[in-house]
Design a protein around this ligand. Structure first.
Ligand code: GLY
Length: 393
């Protein structure tokens, strides 16, 4: 579909709408962050936006989401200059420090999601050494997950858990593209090229095995112990051969960022290819169906979080001078749709912001929830529209 010709939501939304939505995000953040820090836990998603009911420890393998709360605090601080936001973000510090010193961060690859919108952002914006050191330590832990035989970063599980008993052994997932900016940054600040080399090798492996000829994307890929490719897999989309909308946006944004960090045209082409395909599959609702290849009769639940991430991906491509008119029209239409009451919850008593994010309800199944990652990327998209510089990816 061509968004510019058939979208029912007027593109080019008045910036005051974005300002107001951003202010709501900031208001929620100022109440969310201290409560999150005091809980000593993490929050991820909730069907009614009551994130405080999410029952997961900060140090558990599933925590890939705390950075979205701190990232929102940093965005609010940058926009307002109000140090209350910065103080609320830094209120998470003892948890973050313990995460890398107490062996709690060696279970998964989501260190970029966690530490870029915290340690990298604070290192860049405050210049404080302790945040730089924290970010570099997180990058070391991520780099330690690199499997040289197959040139990929292992997604989940401790690195000493190997062999047939461990399902996650030999597994890489598309989401990891968003963890790579942590590695590019670590090479910049340390002068050690190893981090960047790993990011490049993992990106090339992702190019080779995840992006299909038609621009759709696999969620996961498995490798044998000797590094030879075993084949695609799936933990998040409808099925192995389906086209998970959010997974595609991790590729859209991740490869655009890869191009920014390297200038490698292959990464730009990958981002553009996946973006064009993704846009071609949107319908009148604009916000995508959670998986573009659902079976006959399956409920076409939407994914507001994929819409928000796509906005940021297209903004990134635009900043690099490579978003065409249809991409920009799509970005405007997505953001306008997300700002509508169908998706945006402006009530300050509810912690969540974006409704109708897709969360897995068992492999191949989906349900709706407010999602912390949807909220974050929505706020990032708004921030970029109103002139806030996002420098941590
Ligand atoms: N990175 C996990 C997800 O997108 O659901």
């Amino acid at each position: 579909m061509s968004i510019s010709s058939s979208c029912s939501t007027a593109p080019g939304t008045d910036k005051s709408v974005f300002e107001r939505a951003f202010a709501t995000c900031a208001e929620n953040t100022l109440s969310n962050l201290p409560a999150l820090a005091a809980s000593g836990r993490t929050w991820a998603f909730h069907p009614d936006g009551r994130y405080e009911e999410w029952n997961e420890g900060f140090f558990e393998i599933g925590n890939w989401t705390t950075g979205f709360f701190t990232g929102m605090g940093v965005l609010a601080w940058l926009r307002s200059g109000d140090e209350a936001f910065l103080n609320a973000v830094v209120g998470m510090d003892s948890l973050y420090q313990r995460k890398v010193t107490e062996g709690a961060a060696d279970t998964m690859h989501d260190l970029g999601f966690l530490f870029s919108p915290y340690a990298v952002a604070l290192a860049k914006l405050t210049g404080e050494e302790k945040f730089r050191d924290l970010g570099v330590r997180a990058a070391e832990l991520l780099a330690d997950r690199f499997i040289a035989e197959g040139n990929y970063i292992r997604a989940w599980g401790r690195m000493d858990e190997t062999g047939p008993a461990y399902d996650y052994d030999g597994l890489a997932i598309i989401d990891c593209m968003m963890n790579l900016p942590l590695l590019y940054w670590a090479s910049e600040v340390t002068g050690n090229p190893r981090f960047r080399e790993i990011a490049l090798l993992h990106s090339d492996t992702t190019l080779a095995h995840f992006i299909r000829e038609d621009g759709s994307v696999y969620h996961s890929f498995r490798f044998h112990e000797d590094g030879t490719p075993k084949g695609p897999d799936n933990y998040c989309g409808r099925s192995v051969e389906s086209h998970w909308a959010r997974g595609a946006t991790w590729a859209m944004y991740g490869f655009a960022l890869g191009y920014r960090h390297t200038g490698d045209k292959r990464y730009l082409e990958a981002s553009l290819k996946v973006t064009r395909k993704w846009i071609s599959l949107l319908d009148e609702e604009v916000v995508p169906v959670w998986d573009f290849r659902l079976g006959e009769g399956e409920t076409p639940l939407r994914d507001s979080s994929a819409a928000a991430i796509a906005v940021c991906a297209i903004q990134e491509l635009d900043g690099l001078g490579h978003a065409d008119a249809e991409m920009l029209a799509t970005k405007d239409a997505l953001l306008a749709r997300l700002c509508s009451e169908d998706y945006f919850d402006s009530r300050s008593e509810v912690r969540g912001i974006l409704k109708k994010g897709e969360v897995g309800d068992g492999v191949g199944k989906a349900k709706y929830a407010y999602t912390s990652w949807g909220d974050y990327f929505f706020m990032e998209g708004l921030a970029r529209e109103i002139g806030v510089d996002v420098s941590w990816w």
